[in-house]
Design a binder for this molecule. Structure first.
Ligand code: MN
Length: 232
């Protein structure tokens, strides 16, 4: 049958080699996000990481903003929070992937911010409702270019940080992730069929907080490009 309207253009993320050379662009298929994957963040949100495991929610591929830049303060919220996260993209997928094989499926790593309408998320939590209204909104996931993984380069340790107007707000190390990248991929693949272009936002360290119009966010993970975002 004829399409009644054109297919939406895919959101693509540039992929660079470690020396900065352009390898191409990766179209995003799905965006999986890990909740409460750093113990200190679970505690700051009022949860006990020893009693509750991390878990998943999703954003939409077209919520991703390639390379950061200006992002309008989102509508219907008075409490939008920053969450800096290590981003992992897959180049292949499957089901029931073993932890030991999981890194073979990684295309590359980047840095992203999981912008969150905390007030709306809080209402959803209280009512036992899904989180989409707090998480999966327009321009809610600015992400840098990705650095391609290889046998010598997988990102499992290194500082992860975020500043707002030059002031440090979030500071941690990706080695503090409760579920490491291979465990996240293996776990997800038991519940979903993973495929090339699936992107994972791996959770945020402690120090999340509100942003205001005019704020300049800079964040990074050691070994990856910095992400610059301005809330307008
Ligand atoms: Mn998050």
């Amino acid at each position: 049958m004829d399409l009644l309207f054109p297919t939406a253009e895919p959101t693509v993320i540039p992929v660079l080699s470690r020396d900065g050379g352009a390898l191409g662009a990766a179209p995003i298929r799905r965006v999986y996000c890990v909740g409460r994957n750093y113990a200190a963040h679970a505690v700051e949100m009022g949860h006990d990481p020893n009693r509750e495991s991390p878990f998943f929610f999703q954003k939409n591929p077209d919520n991703v903003v390639r390379g950061g830049g200006p992002i309008p303060y989102p509508p219907q919220s008075d409490d939008v929070h920053h969450e800096v996260e290590l981003v992992v993209m897959l180049k292949s997928g499957g089901s029931d992937i073993a932890v030991g094989d999981a890194l073979d499926h990684v295309l590359g790593y980047g840095v992203g911010v999981d912008l969150t309408r905390r007030d709306l998320q809080g209402e959803a939590k209280k009512a036992g409702r899904p989180w989409e209204i707090g998480k999966a909104f327009e321009k809610s996931a600015p992400v840098t270019s990705l650095i391609a993984a290889d046998e010598d380069f997988h990102l499992s340790t290194g500082a992860i940080w975020l500043t707002v107007n030059g002031e440090t707000r979030q500071q941690g190390d990706v080695n503090q992730m409760i579920w490491k990248t291979p465990e996240i991929i293996a776990y997800l693949s038991r519940y979903f069929t993973l495929a090339p272009g699936d992107m994972i936002m791996t959770g945020t360290p402690a120090g999340v907080g509100p942003v205001q119009r005019g704020d300049r966010i800079v964040c990074g993970v050691d070994g990856l490009p910095e992400l610059h975002v301005e809330i307008v």
